[in-house]
Design a protein around this ligand. Sequence first.
Ligand SMILES: Nc1nc2c(ncn2[C@@H]2O[C@H](COP(=O)(O)OP(=O)(O)OP(=O)(O)O)[C@@H](O)[C@H]2O)c(=O)[nH]1
Length: 601
Amino acid sequence: MTERPIDNIRNFTIVAHIDHGKSTLSDRLIQLTGTVAERDMVEQVLDSMDIERERGITIKAQTVRLAYRAKDGKDYILNLIDTPGHVDFAYEVSRSLAACEGSLLVVDASQGVEAQTLANVYHALDAGHEIVPVLNKVDLPAAEPDKVKAQIEDVIGLDASNAVMISAKTGLGVPDVLEAIVHRLPPPKGDRAAPLKALLVDSWYDAYLGVVVLVRVIDGELKRGQRIRMIGTGATYEVDKVGVFAPKMKDTDVLGPGEIGFLTGSIKEVADTRVGDTITDEKRQTAVALPGFKPAQPVVFCGLFPVDAADFEALRAAMGKLRLNDASFTYEMETSAALGFGFRCGFLGLLHLEIIQERLEREFNLDLIATAPSVVYRIKLTNGEEIELHNPADMPDPVKVSDIAEPWIEATIMTPDDYLGAVLKLCQDRRGEQLDLSYVGARAMVRYALPLNEVVFDFYDRLKSVSRGYASFDYHITGYRTGDLVKMQILVNAEPVDALAMLVHRTRAEGRGRAMCEKLKELIPPHMFQVPIQAAIGGKIVARETVRAFRKDVTAKCYGGDISRKRKLLDKQKEGKKRMRQFGKVEIPQEAFIAALKVDG
Ligand SMILES: Nc1nc2c(ncn2[C@@H]2O[C@H](COP(=O)(O)OP(=O)(O)OP(=O)(O)O)[C@@H](O)[C@H]2O)c(=O)[nH]1
């Protein structure tokens, strides 16, 4: 096999705000370089998971190697590492960036710079990337490329005078992107004669190959049969296969400096690999390890319980399978008085939670109840001990608590001026503190400090609704602050429902309690007796609603003797019952648990 000269390699990512056309451009690049035969071209090759394709979002970093003959007649290898576009998966962005030398900054010419454009481009600049601005969607009548160029220069401070103008949809200008990658992004640097040094970019479980490790070789060579050592974990393996993504996995004999590819060995579990670790040769080790990354920490927790208690083991098995490919998702067994056996699960954010829940229900055919999402609180006890609280139901007795701290974030929101008032009000209502307000053309850019607790429920949905979809949002966690937080219980028919317990700020407790009771009143069907719903802090009731008594007779409307129709209705009601949970004498529908929390107090 011919050695690939390092000067002819380009490793790059595409950074963009959601929907600005990253996937469409990736597909075009794959198509133009003939990497995938025309007949195999499924739209959006890189977004391979079903849910990713349906929701149009990218979750796992994917890689593809493009072979490109440039106008100068030279053959190049272009490695594209895809990056996820959603804030929940920001950590996956930084690992992809670390494997590359340059980025394409894709900005929708009809929308301009958005919150995630900024967040992602700053990450790329931090990673030392060379950046080529690309203005996409110039085919749209609303495109204003000159204005957007000025924005890129003013807000980001990048020279946009030679931005590439394209329409990823029609293909216009896309060949210029390939030329820009070759001529404007730098080749990697590395020493083939040096001992092996490679970055462990990502790893996942493949049904046929076992654990597959995505690597970026910095120095030396990675070969089949080589014994390697992971410096961070200390583990050693023999390399079974090395190869590249073209875009399907294809074996090669060796990966040289600057190359991105995969290796397999007798690695048992994804958990045995550490993203950011340095891979070296067992016998001839590199002197200096790479700096590595901080592991992704789950920040949002919730309980997941099977609707049918008999599904508990199936749920455990399904979670184990998902965790194989997603080390950022954590779970441990939990029991709830109301819901029985289930799991306390940790996620990177609300979207991550929804995706995992959806995959469990869809791919594993499970019916689940999710409890209130909660952030991780740090509680100082009067005896000096400090604990982390992942579940409001486990809150210690308030007399033993000296203070409670909650995570805060810094949020960047960009919005058309027309909706600024509504956006500010929303942030203010969520205990936000304004840090900064400036303008980017006709769009306002605000920065707010906000408690994460106020953001996890429905902040993003509310933001989209008050701005008619025009505001964009990005955040990062800045640290913990103590606050006047109290545990609020919800009592249904005088019984506390642990799955609905939550920590709230004292000033917001009454409003939220009232809103939850109102919402539950709508969601809990009438019973044969009155069902009081109460919100309580300690022994004090702060809100109350009542579901009035009513006898539900579904067969009343099928007068006449059609017994099969009657049976069908009764079956349907039984089916409906399965999705209910019994609390004492009261049945609460499954949807109530999340819906009750999506209320604006
Ligand atoms: N008119 C027009 N539409 C485009 C163009 N490029 C992409 N789109 C459309 O814009 C939408 C979003 O494009 P995607 O490529 O899925 O966006 P993305 O940035 O990959 O989104 P994420 O994967 O969620 O980050 C799709 O409906 C595309 O068809 C373009 O050049 N012109």
